[in-house]
Design a protein around this ligand. Sequence first.
Ligand code: SF4
Length: 151
Amino acid sequence: MAVAQAPVPLRPHHLLCSLTYRGEGYSAAFITGYDRMIETLAAGAPIRIVEGPDVICAPRLGEPDCHCHEARIAWRDRQAAADLAPCLGQALPPGTELPGIVDYLPALRAAFAEGTLRKACSGCAWHDLCDQVALAGFAGTRLLPPVPSIP
Ligand code: SF4
């Protein structure tokens, strides 16, 4: 009998970040944790939406420049949740469980490239990099194969 996978705890805006992640990050520990989480998502793990720091934030929480508890990041989560809801067909309050992200990737990446999922990215230090990743059709991203770029 197959063993059920534990849900991956993710704050809403990290659903967006997972679309463009190519292995860059704040530290070696951050990247190692991110890579592991991406592998888990790619294997079809369910997701549990959380409020505040999540599994991606974990390696950052002891660092002096950690921003994971800041109000502007909580705003980013609220904006991402609002914009993701139509794509996912459901609201994303904390505690929501999603069956996974794999089946949603083409639609989410198309919406990201079109800009309809980017309001949460306002002010993010990685914004230009994520623009470039989307323009390149998500080539090199760690989460499953890329989809064609939008002309
Ligand atoms: S711009 Fe920032 S918030 Fe938006 S997907 Fe990229 S890393 Fe995440």
